[in-house]
Design a binder for this molecule. Structure first.
Ligand SMILES: [Zn+2]
Length: 63
């Protein structure tokens, strides 16, 4: 089960192949090779990475 590393919400919507959206804190999540990558959508529509805010543990998907 995918869990948001930012707000720990499980309210995650799928928006594309390996791409998800957290309805808890409104960030985009993408998944690759068992790791979650986090992105914030800026006002101009660009994405900025939030990965620095989380430890590798937080970003690893636990099955
Ligand atoms: Zn979240």
């Amino acid at each position: 089960m995918l869990k948001c590393p930012n707000c720990k919400s499980k309210d995650i919507g799928k928006i594309g192949v390996n791409q998800y959206y957290c309805w808890g804190c409104f960030i985009e999540l993408s998944v690759s090779k068992g790791q979650i990558f986090t992105h914030q959508v800026e006002e101009d529509g660009s994405l900025s990475s939030l990965d620095d805010l989380f430890s590798d543990d937080d970003r690893t998907i636990s099955m």
